[in-house]
Design a protein around this ligand. Structure first.
Ligand SMILES: O=C(O)CCC(=O)C(=O)O
Ligand SMILES: [Fe+2]
Length: 360
């Protein structure tokens, strides 16, 4: 396979093979950032709320707004930076693998996580860059020169994401009948949290032995902003066992909700199961890279129902979650899938999120 492996640094989005037209895909609603910004009371906000309640995934059209266009431009630069990072020698990247110390940030090599309860290994490499580190909320972790030389750029990318997230958070809290700053007030960039940028790289896989690159999961935190150029992301359609691809759309981010939003809303909002497999059709011969920004509540925030609005109108449902802190929730979920700490089916199930118990 190595001989046919294309060099991703020499390929822009427009020269990549097309996403096939003849495979089942998830029909994600497209929300316009421009419309959300234009007024606080137009139909776009209702569409966002309904996407957040039903699939928990939607396209966010970033075009035609200052912050959205900035994110797209910065993402182009970060795709180049990502190429540089993943092209470093394996021994250099391994210096930044801190999993044995239970540190979530830094490098994870191929096969260092499990994708199921049987212990099957993953097929991608990752690099997680902490928001707290880049914004100097905490001391910096050791990082390769390609990263340290670009700290200011990464800070600016984090700020652009934060600005777009603030718009989404205000819309969702208003739709829930809560004060507009409810979510923003527990996601302050200056407070310690698990927000982070993630670089992902998955090499092409031999057709005869293809398997899941990134195991099924719900995201741990609040909202995730994902920039994909190739297919490979799949969502499980709610109430079924069926997995379908999400087609990347130029100019749009794919946004999804994580478990914290399910907990804050008492299950009104949904964080859906997803995974990454080989890209479809001819795209399977390419190196797949993706750029993700994960927002998470401040570490000290307790993950439980908020008071007020539609959340108060819910019945008691199941017994309310006892209220673990975000820090504890993240630690449990991070550790559960690392090969260093995997102990079989039970530890896999122990690492699960709200998919195991959707209404809280
Ligand atoms: O690469 C992707 O498309 C999705 C990655 C993902 O789900 C994650 O990193 O949590
Ligand atoms: Fe995810």
């Amino acid at each position: 396979m190595a001989s046919t492996l294309s060099n991703p640094s020499s390929r822009s989005g427009s020269t990549l093979p097309p996403f096939p037209d003849d495979i089942p895909i998830a029909s994600l609603v497209t929300i316009s950032l421009r419309e959300l910004e234009r007024s606080t009371s137009n139909l776009e906000h209702e569409d966002l709320f309904s996407a957040a309640k039903s699939l928990g995934f939607f396209y966010l059209n970033l075009q035609g707004t200052t912050e959205g266009e900035k994110l797209l431009k910065q993402a182009d630069t970060l795709f180049d930076l990502m190429n540089k990072f993943f092209s470093l020698p394996a021994e250099e990247k391994a210096k930044y693998d801190f999993a044995a110390k239970k540190i979530y940030y830094g490098y994870k090599g191929i096969g260092k996580e499990v994708v199921d309860g049987k212990g099957t290994r993953d097929k991608n490499e990752l690099y997680n860059i902490s928001k707290d580190d880049i914004l100097s909320v905490t001391d910096p972790l050791p990082a390769p020169a390609v990263i340290t030389a670009n700290r200011a750029f990464l800070a600016s990318y984090i700020n652009t994401n934060t600005s777009i997230l603030t718009t989404l958070f205000a819309s969702l809290s208003t739709s829930l009948g809560l004060p507009p700053d409810t979510f923003a007030s527990i996601h302050k960039p200056t407070a310690s949290s698990g927000c982070h940028v993630r670089f992902i790289s998955a090499p092409p896989q031999e057709a005869s032995t293809r398997s899941t690159a990134l195991g099924e999961h719900t995201d741990f935190g609040s909202l995730t902003i994902l920039l994909n150029r190739l297919g490979g992301l799949q969502v499980q359609l709610p109430g079924t066992d069926e997995w379908v691809y999400v087609r990347p759309v130029p100019g749009c981010a794919i946004v999804n909700l994580g478990d914290a939003m399910v907990k804050f809303s008492g299950g009104i909002l949904r964080s859906n199961l997803h995974r990454v497999v080989s890209p479809p059709g001819e795209q399977a011969n390419e190196v797949r890279r993706s750029l993700v920004y994960f927002s998470r509540p401040e570490h000290d925030v307790v993950l439980t129902r908020l008071r007020g609005g539609l959340v108060d109108e819910l019945g008691q449902g199941e017994v309310e979650d006892g209220g673990v802190s975000t820090r504890e929730w993240l630690a449990r979920r991070h550790i559960g899938r690392k090969v260093e700490f995997f102990k079989g089916k039970e530890s896999w199930e122990g690492s699960m999120g709200t998919e195991a118990r959707p209404r809280l």
